[in-house]
Design a protein around this ligand. Sequence first.
Ligand code: CU
Length: 163
Amino acid sequence: MKVSSISPLVLALVLALAGPATTVRAEEHIVRVVSDLENLRMYFSPKYLVVAPGDTVTWVNEAAVDHNIVTFPDGFPKGAVAFSSPDLAKPQDKWSMTFTKAGTYEYHCMPHIPMGMHGVIIVGQHSADQDFHQPSARELADYRGRLLEYFDEDEYEYKTRDR
Ligand SMILES: [Cu+2]
């Protein structure tokens, strides 16, 4: 039988039998990056989000306040890659990430860690403890270096003493 002799009806039937997997579409999810200046609160909304592997998450800044989106060094699944957005500085600045590897991703806004600006994306299933990435000494040093871009060590010591 030549390929050209397959009727459109048979072809449609074959495609339908190929199963529901062919009809599932990757979704885009929005996380609002909120600056509540009146109440001095900065947060991600929603803070916890469950998505399917292949889905995309887009963070949208709502105010003229600097924010970024950075994974904790031990806050993503083994085999996945840490992420780090550029600064979102203006209203409607946005950044997207497509998640292919299942597991738990814990992230935060670097400048607003002290305000509890954290979020969690669960892709498919929550990671077991041993499924998280183990950061190397080099990765931890790099992370600490990035933190110090936002938090002066001397100032931090001063604040700690004063408490
Ligand atoms: Cu922030």
